[in-house]
Design a protein around this ligand. Structure first.
Ligand code: PRT
Ligand code: ZN
Length: 288
């Protein structure tokens, strides 16, 4: 039992679906996950701890979970408010991107943050930011409906997570400076037992492959042989392309993995310079 690797993920929220989906893409199979707090993998020595995201940094720091998937904002907040909480950030996972920003009511004239009342669910991050900038202001910790507080005279301004900006907009608020950018990350306990290490290394390597694959595309197209080098240069971070001769001796097929998404602009540039039969495919796993 003690050699099973424990991974803490958010039970219900913005991180849950994607966290579970990444683990499944790593080949980890689970029994029915509905409403369970503890889920055993059916094919590997792995258990999932389904918890609130706020608890994940502590569970990993105290080695109750070996790995965790959580937002950078939550890790920073917890670590800044309790310096005993430690974990290793293994990998940025590229989902649940957002930023923690100050925002003010649209009508408000604001020349500086000095001596303002700032409502936020991230008091430790905001305090750290203000101290580094040598600004003195009052922080009001509030969890939920932070956007409301300037309009009921609890605060002057707020510091809250922003993704599309539509919540600020619909609450008549204007975004100011960004305090931190955030996305989901994979964190690892600093005190893993040697018996668990091989499996943890395997999981980390598989998650890395899945994330790399998500950002990469496999592209194939045909081109005039003389033109091939010029076309390859148009591709974003192409990995050593394979150039295959075709029956028509004046042409070749080019196959390559691009480490970034291929946008329509790239496809149009390729076509403009003579590429034909362009095919862009998603990659499920990528291991070098
Ligand atoms: O119950 P539990 O404690 O587990 O969940 P939670 O309610 O604390 O967190 P949850 O599920 O809402 O968010 C989990 C994590 O998702 C956050 O810690 C961030 O890392 C990340 N994330 C990404 C976001 C957003 N985008 C986001 N837009 N978290 C919250 N928001 C909220 C924000 O607070 C604001 O109310 O969405 C609103 C703004 O969104 P836009 O698109 O209108 O700008
Ligand atoms: Zn939470």
């Amino acid at each position: 039992m003690e050699n099973r690797v424990k991974i803490a993920i958010q039970k219900n929220g913005r991180l849950s679906t994607e966290s579970l989906s990444i683990l499944k893409k790593c080949g980890i199979e689970f029994s029915d996950s509905n409403n369970k707090l503890f889920i055993k993998s059916t094919n590997m020595l792995i258990d999932l701890l389904m918890v609130r995201d706020d608890d994940i940094p502590r569970l990993v720091s105290q080695n109750i979970a070996d790995l965790g998937i959580v937002g950078e904002n939550v890790v920073s907040e917890k670590q800044l408010s309790d310096s005993s909480l430690k974990s290793k950030t293994i990998l940025k996972l590229g989902f649940s991107r957002c930023r923690l920003s100050f925002a003010k009511p649209k009508e408000m004239n604001l020349d500086s943050l000095s001596n303002k009342k700032i409502a936020t669910s991230y008091p430790a991050i905001v305090k750290d930011y203000l101290e580094k900038k040598d600004i003195s202001a009052e922080i009001i910790e509030i969890h939920g409906s932070v956007e409301l507080t300037p309009f009921v005279e609890i605060s002057d301004i707020i510091a809250d997570l922003v993704s599309t900006g539509s919540t600020l907009e619909s609450n008549n608020l204007t975004e100011l400076d960004c305090i931190m950018d955030s996305q989901a990350i994979l964190i690892q306990s600093s005190s893993i037992t040697s018996k668990k290490l091989p499996l943890i290394d395997k999981i980390v390597s598989r998650v890395t492959s899945v994330i790399k694959a998500k950002d990469s595309k496999y592209i194939m197209f045909n081109a005039e042989t003389d033109n091939a080098d010029e076309l390859i240069k148009l591709l974003p971070s192409a990995e050593s392309p394979t150039v295959i001769p075709l029956a028509d001796k004046s042409k070749v097929a080019i196959h390559t993995v691009c480490k970034e998404d291929i946008f329509w602009k790239t496809i149009e540039s390729l076509k403009l310079r003579g590429a034909s039969s362009i095919l862009v495919l998603p990659i499920e796993k990528l291991s070098y």
